[in-house]
Design a protein. Structure first.
Length: 186
């Protein structure tokens, strides 16, 4: 509850849009898409470590930010959905350019003669170029879905709240807030 809010004694604050099945499904899909994005980014980063050009710290930071977004969106923080969509737009652009090789040599071009295989982060041979290219290309549709579902979740109004008097709250099966003047039950 924000500071300075005047809540009448005994009233409950509810978020009716969070109880809808569509809102719960949207939240779950956004969280899963963020986690899938993290997995794909880390597969490409760890499996193609020696061939990445300066993106190594950015990939790890991006993965950490996506994990934080997944955590807070899982806790119904609606304000982070546009941030997730904006970051997904940027990653979609990067994945499309890197996957297709539009800015030079792509992962699929590294399968030809004259290219050394990628080394993994922890030593040894990394993933083959075709797998790395596929993972990079898979990031693009995942980001497009993340954009769409983030904006859908934002439009669902997860932040809408209502005050219910004690009688209505009991009828709906809602828990009533504890009166701060009364001692807590043991």
């Amino acid at each position: 509850m924000p500071p300075g809010r005047d809540l009448q004694a005994g009233h409950s604050v509810i978020f009716p849009n969070r109880d809808k099945a569509a809102s719960g499904a949207t939240k779950a899909i956004v969280v899963v898409l963020l986690l899938v994005s993290v997995a794909l980014m880390l597969i490409v980063t760890v499996g193609g470590w020696s061939k990445l050009q300066g993106q190594k710290p950015i990939n790890f930071m991006w993965a950490i930010v996506y994990l934080l977004l997944a955590f807070y969106i899982g806790r119904w923080k609606r304000g982070l959905l546009p941030i997730a969509a904006a970051l997904a737009i940027l990653l979609l652009i990067v994945a499309a350019i890197a996957g297709t090789g539009a800015a030079g040599t792509g992962w699929f071009d590294r399968n030809h003669a004259g290219f050394a295989s990628a080394q993994a982060l922890f030593g040894g041979t990394g993933l083959d170029p075709d797998t790395l290219g596929l993972m990079t290309l898979l990031l693009a549709p995942v980001q497009a879905l993340l954009i769409a579902f983030s904006m859908l979740g934002f439009s669902q109004g997860w932040n809408v709240e209502l005050e219910l008097p004690p009688g209505e709250a009991k009828l709906e099966g809602r828990r009533l807030p504890r009166d701060p003047r009364q001692p807590a039950a043991a």
